[in-house]
Write a protein that binds this ligand. Structure first.
Ligand SMILES: Nc1ncnc2c1ncn2[C@@H]1O[C@H](COP(=O)(O)OP(=O)(O)O)[C@@H](O)[C@H]1O
Ligand SMILES: [Mg+2]
Length: 248
């Protein structure tokens, strides 16, 4: 059983998109998979057409995860369940802050589910607060989408130095390029330079493709509505690499 957090302190970098597509591909490959939507904007729940169940879910998370099973919902896909988010998730960090072992509340919530799943994918909100530390403590790996721009790289470097400072294992980090525009010379040059500097820590690339944006209209993972598309192919390549590098 592994816990994979799709994490970045930046919004709009492709976290939810990756969480939805990778968890679908994991389930398709036969892994019993749970997506845990930690973002109060609940986009992952939206993509999977799952309505957040306000009260029970909020209680599950806010009271240390008691009866968290009751908040889990099935999706339209075999092997794939979701723990939906609701708007009360915006208070998670302040709720955790009032509790004992405040940096390990997510461990407490997710530990009882370890026996039931092969993989738990966390769709994280942009945060470097207490919630982020809970994520760093519970996740076996952090999958970080990086848009090839100076600011996004800066955020990535900040994450690495934060992890080092707080003595988290930086080997847990698997970064990949996201929203790559191959027509942009700047993106190409940036990728070449960064790949050299980071020697093998920045892995595959997901280009910017309209089929990926279409997920919002179709409310399905790309490989579900367009299995042979370029977009699906890129996510399959990313999934195979994540699997080989982190999960096998
Ligand atoms: N590779 C991509 N190509 C085209 N659009 C993308 C791609 N990745 C993400 N998007 C779009 O960018 C926006 C932000 O993506 P999202 O996954 O929600 O980011 P985050 O979860 O990091 O905030 C969404 O509208 C999504 O459809
Ligand atoms: Mg998101």
């Amino acid at each position: 059983m592994k816990i994979l957090a799709i994490y970045s302190n930046k919004g709009g970098v492709g976290k939810t998109t990756a969480a939805v597509n990778l968890s679908f591909l994991a389930a398709e490959a036969g892994l019993k998979t749970l997506v845990c939507d930690l973002d109060p904007q609940s986009s992952a729940s939206y993509y999977f057409r799952v309505k957040p169940k306000l009260r029970a879910n909020a209680k599950g998370f806010h009271k240390g995860g008691k009866n968290i099973n009751k908040s889990i919902k099935g999706t339209d896909y075999e092997n794939l369940d979701i723990l939906p988010a609701d708007f009360t998730h915006r208070n998670l960090a302040s709720t955790f802050n009032k509790l004992k072992r405040r940096k390990r509340r997510l461990n407490r919530i997710l530990d009882p589910l370890r026996a039931e799943y092969n993989l738990i994918v966390l769709d994280c909100p942009p945060s470097i607060s207490l919630l982020a530390e809970n994520i760093f403590n519970v996740a076996d790996y952090l999958l970080v989408p990086v848009i090839p721009t100076t600011l996004c790289l800066r955020t990535h470097l900040q994450l690495l130095s934060f992890l080092k400072k707080k003595k988290y294992d930086t080997n847990k980090v698997y970064a990949f390029f996201s929203l790559v525009d191959r027509r942009k010379k700047m993106h190409k040059e940036f990728i070449a330079t960064i790949s050299r500097e980071f020697k093998g820590t920045l892995h595959k690339s997901i280009p910017s493709l309209s089929n990926i944006e279409r997920m919002g209209i179709n409310r399905e993972p790309v490989p579900a509505f367009s299995p042979t598309s370029q977009a699906a192919k890129y996510y399959r390549v990313l999934w195979q690499d994540v699997k080989a590098t982190l999960l096998d």
